[in-house]
Design a protein around this ligand. Sequence first.
Ligand SMILES: Nc1ncnc2c1ncn2[C@@H]1O[C@H](COP(=O)(O)OP(=O)(O)OP(=O)(O)O)[C@@H](O)[C@H]1O
Ligand SMILES: [Mg+2]
Length: 384
Amino acid sequence: MTVSESNNTQDSGTKRTESDRTGSEGDFKRGSVHLQNLRKEFGDLVAVDGVNLKIESGEFLTLLGPSGCGKSTTLRMISGLETPTDGDVAISGKRVTAQSANSRDTSMVFQEWALFPHMTVGENISFGLEMDGVPEDERETRIADALEMVELSGYEDRQATELSGGQKQRVAMARAVVREPDVLLLDEPLASLDRKLRQHMQVELKDIQEELGITFIYVTHDQEEALTMSDRIAVMNDGQIEQIGPVDELYTSPETQFVATFIGETNLFEGTISNDGMSLQTDDGRFTVSIPHSADDSGRSAAVSVRPEEVVLKPYDDSSGYANEWTGTILDTIYKGSLKLYRIDVNGKHFEVERQINEETTNFAEDDEVTVSFPTEACRIILD
Ligand SMILES: Nc1ncnc2c1ncn2[C@@H]1O[C@H](COP(=O)(O)OP(=O)(O)OP(=O)(O)O)[C@@H](O)[C@H]1O
Ligand SMILES: [Mg+2]
């Protein structure tokens, strides 16, 4: 399709409420989305490989993952623009897998906005309402309300071509929400905006979602964007969901090496847990890392993840007293706003260490010899 689809066919006068509806398949909340064993094949290629996901009514859920991992395909199966090879989609408790896109209570916003260039802002937003048969006076009120929400009041008569990128994206949002969908699907809607505007729009989108109280399913490959806006993030890799959870949980308790490295930076030690469950010996034989005791996992192949801010730096002849301590050489330092990132060579492995720039310990320079350490509690064990 060529336009930013609005698939909503609710009665024009329907106002969104938080009340439950009871459907043929049991109790559910309006706007909830349930994916069961969702699969999509394109010829030999498996784009989405058995996705199971329950999204709550009113939740801001983000599908996050690298290019080609199946995010857009998953979103398009929720909207009905793509038919699953297998599995089911339920919206508001009703199975909609076999239903067409325009009979689902969803609207979609795309990266490229796809406004009609020959129309005004008002006509762009009005288009879907006219298709739904909404009377003119009601259309005018709803368009004005939608424009107010995206802070473009008074822009009704402006040509779509006479807008900045950020304004076009707001009009695309207004066009999607004006039809009062139960679920709004957004596929990298801010990707074409510059960094400053993108950050501004992230906050605005989150505000709009909270104001509307409707379910947002948001696709991005930008972890910072996902962390800023989401209630929960589903991290996708290779057609599957690796882990789903609130932002802080994904950061502090990654369950796979992929999640540990995709959400934030980390120091990974891959190896085998000792028979007494007290340490991990790296495969290359260079490190023995003391870990929180894990008797059940003794002898298992695993990785230890240690976040850069958990690593302590001391001068060469100083000790932190932590169980894990080595000497190393500073390779380089990178400023990241209020943080300073050190890359340190320890035994041939490159450690990443992060410090606030106002901390005393930031006074290290390239080629300095240092003591690098972290406590066993900083170790997150990820079993293979
Ligand atoms: N219509 C199609 N025909 C054939 N292959 C497709 C089609 N649509 C998607 N694919 C393939 O399916 C896989 C998943 O694509 P998808 O667009 O869902 O990825 P994505 O996670 O959205 O990536 P990106 O971040 O680059 O947008 C990719 O390998 C892609 O090439
Ligand atoms: Mg995509």
